[in-house]
Design a protein around this ligand. Structure first.
Ligand SMILES: *[C@@H]1O[C@H](CO)[C@@H](O)[C@H](O)[C@H]1NC(C)=O
Ligand SMILES: *[C@@H]1O[C@H](CO)[C@@H](O)[C@H](O)[C@H]1NC(C)=O
Ligand SMILES: *[C@@H]1O[C@H](CO)[C@@H](O)[C@H](O)[C@H]1NC(C)=O
Ligand SMILES: *[C@@H]1O[C@H](CO)[C@@H](O)[C@H](O)[C@H]1NC(C)=O
Ligand SMILES: *[C@@H]1O[C@H](CO)[C@@H](O)[C@H](O)[C@H]1NC(C)=O
Ligand SMILES: *[C@@H]1O[C@H](CO)[C@@H](O)[C@H](O)[C@H]1NC(C)=O
Ligand SMILES: *[C@@H]1O[C@H](CO)[C@@H](O)[C@H](O)[C@H]1NC(C)=O
Ligand SMILES: *[C@@H]1O[C@H](CO)[C@@H](O)[C@H](O)[C@H]1NC(C)=O
Length: 860
């Protein structure tokens, strides 16, 4: 009886899984196998995709075994397929039956962890599929370390075969002792053979390369000017598309935009939707509105690739703003060679909203280990288009197999700096996960510190390396080192590690300090070291690594709000790097302490240079430059990252000055990721500081980036008048600086209330002063909609500075200079993966005691 039921059950399960594995997608007619290797029962991943066990696909089960990872890195998006693995001690194959004459998209997933006591760093192996070498002497451990990820996915597209069968063989390296092969997940998805057509070899007249008969490796897939697109939003082929900003070269990165509501994406009959989803075509990056400036720069992306291979660069275009031919015409360069002259998207596609793509092939030589692909766009001046501008919506780079059917490149070589960092990591980091997690609330980075820890310092090293190489602004970096589809797609709370609220990405991006190290650096939190006291706790001056000055912020351990803000700050700052944002160096979470370690800002806060201090007064030029720096930092927060980030507590004590008087915005404890495409505001409890609060935010508790603009307007008047935003000892009409300054401005008596030091110092150009005051006034408009964007504020301040510097110069010249300064400042990066969670927009905090009195949304 029992056995009968058992058999019946097994049959049901079997037929169920057979259905599950042979998924036929409506969009592409593709079949797919999604296989969790070494798993006995399969399961569903965080994208809701069902993975099935692998045993039925193995040609033989003799030379392999199954194993479970001993440690679950918090950055894993789900247990499936990463927590189980198939381990091979000698060559073994998987076999899949697929329809003939279809291209096969093959994805291999690797999580190099410790399985059954095997050391992942001993694993070197080859992977061969239908005669193509996909990987050779591959070390998943070295590769993930170099990429600062816990796991990795490799995607290939194999040429169609007559039989349709696919045979994937894993061969452990014979050159290394104790070597073994392993794999965690395999996806096989059939895709239309028409996905690829012959591509022009650039630099050669009319020479094309036969892409259809080659197998490919996906190197990069970017949604230019848009956000990360997860597998579930790319139906059928389940690809992931990444943000392009980490790959932008230099300081000028143009502007991004998306299709307005009245422009819909219309696929032409010769471009099926599987080529790229509408989200890719619906967002774009262009050079910006200034034709003159655009003539002087190239919009450029740089990619690191393997040498001695041919690459196909696929550029996706879709005009979203212009409708006529010869409005936006540009040239396309690949590795400094002309790939396309006079590209005109409307001429190609026929209409606004209609996608088109172009493939260009190029061979990348071996040039002393620095193999790169440069993609650059420049307006075609000779065509005299209406606008000197260019546009790009999406970009993919595929590597073609070489003549011997090989696709594999070498393992990445850790640089000297990486090795140093690794050594440092080994000595500084605390013991791995599972060790302890003290208290529910405070167990912040416990798990994350383990697996991600070693990787953490490496990451900083890679950042430094990249930064130097591409000669970017020192505040910028390129956080997607080397190549590969970055898979650190975790968002906080998504991982299954219980108490850990900190995404491992964040944990992985900054250094973890031990408590003794911190105590040593601050003379055991000696009061003489205190340089500031805030709502969060005290800030100490400290020394680390035997000489580096840092600022150490120690929380008040009893505050629940502190925990949340601690996390917010690490999450935000670890992913944001900008010259005008205070850099987080690391954190310490031990014994109930929550400690953040920052760059030391030698000149303290802006406020202490304005009033109520013995510091010498700042010159007008210094003040302008500091305001410009802070505006850049805020502008970056609002527009530079994947999500709009609203600071929420802009004030003169949150603008810090380093030893060179460079202004840096600090204190992200209250920051919010702002409205995304689907919302226009973030609804939240009122937080912030009196005197700086946006009246609209106060009235309606709706937060937009314009709330920061308001607060910044108050900062500008504070800088001009050298008095606090609120001063209760003054007559009633003067208590609020915002109200008083506007009142004086309207009556034409603003000059009377400006800082006496400014009046007695060198004369200030009245035009400059007027521009500055006007800008501050606009920031303080009652309604957010009427306030300028941070970008406009920045432009106006640049303009004011030009007026100050060239008091006799033509206004036009000053305007041009402001334009240049504005565009050139736009050096940025976005480090985060899709990380700054939109979930974070939901505020579940209790309002702090300080602010509870004003949160009383009575009426309306
Ligand atoms: C799969 O390919 C490998 C190597 O190419 C070969 O040794 C093996 O016999 C093939 N297996 C099957 C089942 O075709
Ligand atoms: C993905 O698709 C969902 C549902 O269709 C949509 O709500 C979401 O905005 C999409 N995300 C992106 C990044 O396109
Ligand atoms: C779409 O609307 C914007 C204003 O919202 C307008 O400037 C643009 O011309 C419109 N585009 C088309 C194609 O109608
Ligand atoms: C590329 O090919 C050249 C010439 O065959 C060879 O010297 C060089 O080592 C190769 N580089 C790599 C990275 O394989
Ligand atoms: C392209 O030119 C720039 C400078 O003009 C140079 O730094 C870069 O290495 C060149 N790239 C390639 C791939 O030749
Ligand atoms: C743009 O790139 C091309 C090709 O590398 C180069 O010839 C040209 O000088 C660049 N233009 C500017 C303004 O940098
Ligand atoms: C890739 O391999 C196929 C089959 O071996 C071959 O026909 C093709 O020419 C190779 N591609 C390149 C770019 O060499
Ligand atoms: C295999 O990779 C390791 C690490 O990158 C390297 O040291 C070794 O030389 C490689 N072996 C071969 C045979 O290429």
């Amino acid at each position: 009886m029992i056995s009968k039921t058992h058999i019946l059950l097994s049959l049901i399960i079997l037929s169920f899984s057979l259905n599950a594995i042979h998924v036929l997608s409506k969009d592409t007619g593709s079949e797919s196998y999604i296989v969790a290797c070494g798993s006995s029962s399969g399961g569903t991943d965080s994208d809701g995709r069902r993975w099935v066990p692998d045993s039925r696909f193995l040609s033989s089960s003799e030379n392999s075994k199954t194993a479970t990872a001993q440690y679950q890195d918090p950055s894993l998006p789900s247990q499936i397929p990463y927590m189980s693995a198939r381990i091979f001690n000698s060559a073994a194959s998987y076999k899949f039956f697929v329809s003939p004459r279809q291209r096969l998209l093959v994805r291999l997933h690797f999580y190099p962890s410790s399985y059954d006591g095997l050391d992942a760093s001993n694993s070197y192996f080859d992977v061969i599929a239908n005669g193509f070498s996909l990987l050779r002497n591959f070390s998943a451990a070295i590769t993930t370390q170099a990429l600062t990820q816990a796991y990795i996915m490799r995607e290939f597209s194999l040429v169609p075969t007559q039989s349709g069968n696919l045979n994937i063989t894993f061969v452990p390296s014979s050159q290394h002792d104790k070597s073994y092969a392993f794999v965690n997940g395999i996806e096989v998805i059939s895709m239309p053979a028409e996905m690829f057509q012959p591509a022009n070899m650039i630099g050669f007249q009319d020479q094309t390369i036969d892409v259809q008969s080659s197998s490919l490796q996906t190197m990069f897939r970017l949604n230019v000017g848009g956000q990360f697109i997860p597998t579930r939003n790319d139906s059928g082929l389940t690809r992931t598309w990444y943000d392009d900003s980490p790959y932008l070269f230099g300081a000028a990165f143009g502007v991004t935009f998306q299709a307005e509501k009245n422009v819909s994406i219309k696929y032409p009959s010769n471009l099926p939707e599987y080529i790229a989803p509408p989200n890719v075509y619906g967002t774009a990056r262009s050079m910006g509105p200034n034709s003159k400036l655009n003539q002087n720069y190239n919009l450029t992306w740089v990619f690191t690739v393997d040498a001695n291979f041919t690459y196909v660069v696929r550029l996706h275009f879709c005009e979203l703003q212009l409708t006529r031919i010869n409005q936006r015409v540009f040239d396309i360069f690949l590795n400094n060679q002309t790939a396309q002259q006079t590209a005109d998207v409307i001429a190609w596609s026929g209409s606004i909203g209609v996608p088109v793509y172009k493939d260009y092939a190029t061979f990348v030589n071996d040039r002393d280990g620095d193999e790169e692909i440069w993609v650059a766009l420049h307006p075609s001046v000779s065509e005299k288009p209406e606008y000197y501008d260019s546009i790009l919506n999406g970009l993919e780079i595929f590597k073609l197999n070489d003549t011997r059917g090989n696709l594999a490149g070498p393992n990445p070589v850790p640089s000297k700096m990486l090795q140093d960092a690794e050594a440092a990591a080994a000595s500084t980091f605390s013991p791995p996960a599972g060790s302890k997690s003290k208290g529910e609330v405070i167990g912040i980075a416990g798990g994350a510190a383990g697996g991600a820890a070693v990787v953490a310092a490496l990451c900083i090293a890679v950042y430094i390396k990249k930064k130097r190489k591409s000669g970017m602004d020192p505040g910028m970096g390129n956080w997607l080192p080397l190549y590969g589809n970055s898979n650190t797609s975790t968002i906080s709370g998504k991982s299954n590690t219980g108490s850990s609220h900190l995404s491992s990405l964040a944990a992985g991006l900054c250094r973890h300090f031990s408590l003794p190290e911190i105590k040593h650096g601050t003379k055991n939190f000696d009061e003489s070291q205190v340089i500031g006291v805030g709502g969060f706790g005290k800030v100490y001056k400290g020394i680390i690594d035997g000489g580096t000055k840092v600022a150490i912020k120690r929380s008040n351990p009893s505050s629940e709000q502190g925990v949340h803000e601690f996390q917010t700050e690490i999450e935000m700052l670890s992913k944001l790097r900008h010259r005008h944002l205070v850099s987080l160096i690391g954190f310490c979470e031990e014994d109930g302490e929550m400690i953040l370690v920052y760059d030391y800002m030698a000149n303290g806060t802006l406020r202490e240079h304005l009033y109520k201090s013995k510091n010498p007064s700042l010159s007008w030029k210094q003040r302008l430059e500091i305001c410009i720096g802070a505006a850049r930092g805020l502008h970056y927060l609002h527009t530079g990252a994947r999500y709009t980030i609203i600071h929420r507590d802009v004030k003169t004590t949150n603008i810090l000055l380093d030893e060179n008087w460079v202004a840096k915005v600090s204190d992200f404890g209250l920051s919010k990721t702002g409205p995304n495409l689907h919302q226009t505001h973030v609804s939240t409890m009122v937080k912030g500081s009196f005197g700086y609060l946006d009246p609209e935010y106060f009235r309606r508790q709706q937060l937009t980036e314009k709330s920061d603009v308001y607060s910044f307007g108050v900062v500008l008047f504070e800088v001009l008048c050298a008095r606090p935003a609120l001063n209760a000892s003054l007559p009633k009409e003067q208590v609020s600086l915002a109200d008083w300054a506007i009142h004086c401005l309207k009556k034409g008596i603003l000059f009377e209330i400006i800082d006496p030091h400014l009046k007695s110092g060198p004369p200030i150009n009245p035009e400059c002063l007027k521009k500055f005051a006007e800008t501050a006034e606009k920031c303080l408009a009652d309604h957010g909609l009427e306030r300028p964007s941070m970008g406009d504020v920045l432009w106006n301040l640049e303009f004011a500075l030009q007026l100050h510097e060239n008091p006799d110069g033509e206004a036009v010249a000053a305007q041009d200079k402001a334009n240049d300064a504005y565009a050139m400042h736009n050096a940025t990066l976005t480090i985060e993966e899709e990380t700054v969670s939109s979930e974070a927009t939901v505020d579940d905090l209790n309002t702090s005691a300080v602010f509870s009195q004003i949160v009383n949304p009575r009426g309306r």
